[in-house]
Design a protein around this ligand. Sequence first.
Ligand code: DAH
Length: 378
Amino acid sequence: MTELTAQKQTTLDQIGAATTLDALEEQRVAALGKKGWVSLALKTLGSMSPDERKEVAPAIQAVRGEVAAAIDAKKGELESAALEAQLASETIDLTLPAPDMAKGSVHPVSQVMDELAEIFADLGFAVATGPEIEDDWHNFTALNMDESHPARAMHDTFYFPDAAADGGNPASSSEAVGQKRMLLRTHTSPVQIRSMKEQGAPIRIIAPGRVYRSDSDATHTPMFHQVEGLVIDRDIHLGHLKWTLETFFKAFFEREDITLRLRPSYFPFTEPSVEFDVGYANEGDRRVVGGHGDAPGHDWMELGGSGMVNRRVLEFAGVDPDEYQGFAFGLGIDRIAMLKYGMNDLRAFFDGDPRWLSHYGFSPYDQPTLSAGVGARP
Ligand code: DAH
């Protein structure tokens, strides 16, 4: 019995001193394992007299209980210490600065193009595109501007070098030859021709995109943006044109008091042709669209050109002008973007200055929708 008590004390001391779960397990096996000293002591009970056994058995069981309890307690202690250590090593310091991620923004021109598409889609227009590297025939001839047409001179066209090598005799009134002479499109109007040739009539499209002219000052850049509109059907008239433009500008500028003025004009591809002006007021150094242009403190600002598509153009595009007619319009996207978002220098649009972009740019999450308002601010 004394031997058992001594052994128990040694074991309890070693359990107390264990610093790892492995060391503790060793103690458990040595005492309580099949060949452990407690198990061996229990086996001696079989060879004892009943009286002796009655006395010794509870003592051994008590030792066994004490050792087992000590192991359990130590095990709990070591496990929670291990957990604490793990937690301490896995902390995240939330006060550290966020990683420096690239921040992008949507250019106001792209934003306005999305707004245009959203508004016109609601009016049943599809978005059409055409190449920026265009041929002479689509850019001019098919729009009723043959080689001798004076309107061509006003376009300050960038021609490709091989066109000059052509010897100045493009004979572009023929589609096959005219298509060979390449240029950077000077307006989005050639998309009218391409769309009609592809889809025929009736048709209802807008065509936003880049256009190029050899022209550069405070209000002109060699590359700028236009949007073309085209509606061809059996009974389209100028009234439809005016309503469409008015409805568009009301949605775009998000105000009801938009007044449009149509003025007689001339374009080779429309007959009759009109230019459209919108009423505005000066507020400080900013022009604010709205109101009647003849009202006190107001004036008219030209926004674009339009008219009923010339029957010659319909013929060039393969549409029967005796069956179909319609209107077209073209306007500068950069111009209406400046008006809506209060930017006053066109050149800054294309400088790529990150300060300008972070000021005037839009969040990529700020998709224009008619339901949420097409003009959400950055
Ligand atoms: N293409 C013309 C330009 O760039 C703008 C224009 C005027 C387009 C009248 C049209 C239109 O569709 O009908 O100056």
